[in-house]
Design a protein around this ligand. Sequence first.
Ligand code: NDP
Length: 254
Amino acid sequence: MNKLSGKTALVTGSSRGIGRATAIALAREGALVAVHYARNQQAAQETVELIEKDGGRAFSLGAELGVPGDIDQLFRGLEAGLKQHTGQTTLDILVNNAAETSTGTAPEEVSAEEFDKTFAVNVKAPFFITQRALGLIPDGGRVINISSGLTRVANPAQSVYSMTKGALEQLTLHLARHLAPRGITVNSVLPGITDNGNAFFKIPEVREQMSELSAFKRIGEPDEVADAIVFLATDEARWITGAALDATGGSLLG
Ligand code: NDP
């Protein structure tokens, strides 16, 4: 018996990278997965096809986050898809994964626009997605926020991005207490450097430098982070809430 049979899940930003791996891994455990994307419909469709080829169930929905009307658009697509596939709009598992990832800007050079955009996508959107999803999540549900190991180390070039992830971890903490009476767990997962397919990861010198950060001396793969996320979604993690799970491959061990 699969661990998530009969469950439904939304993974924001699952057209590629860690989100795609998470969608595939949740579906492999039996969940019906809503594959969300911003612009890359084709990539989201590929995620759906990979899941279906594997014998799983999924549908895609597009909604750019951080723009007016984003939450309404996302929930229109989500509720329509859930209804079509299950006859209901119950959402058991919410994974807030989509993020604006900074390319690295020194604090002196961060513009107000970049600051606002990063907070809008990485903090405001997950907050209001979660708020809206709480009407669909039953007792015993799961909220999993994807943070970053960068909340534990100083990296001035990524100060704004790291601040957004710190805020997301705060959301995890407060919601964990707030939702415990309903048996809903809320946790953060902190990935380290993970090869999301970006061209950047194909540059040998970059790979070598990044590999040094992990205690295992290599770059993480999306499915390695996805497995940690799936664990938190299962019943086996029912006693874990408000946690920040280090999925950095030992990058924070010093
Ligand atoms: P990717 O950059 O590979 O993918 C980002 C996903 O988010 C895509 O599906 C993209 O959709 C979606 N997305 C981006 N911006 C928006 C937006 N404005 N509105 C809606 N969707 C959006 O991400 P990763 O796999 O690298 O990262 C996944 C998570 O893990 C993020 O939260 C990231 O901060 C975190 N993380 C990643 C690390 C890494 O090394 N990869 C390290 C630490 C944390 P589309 O393609 O359709 O535009």
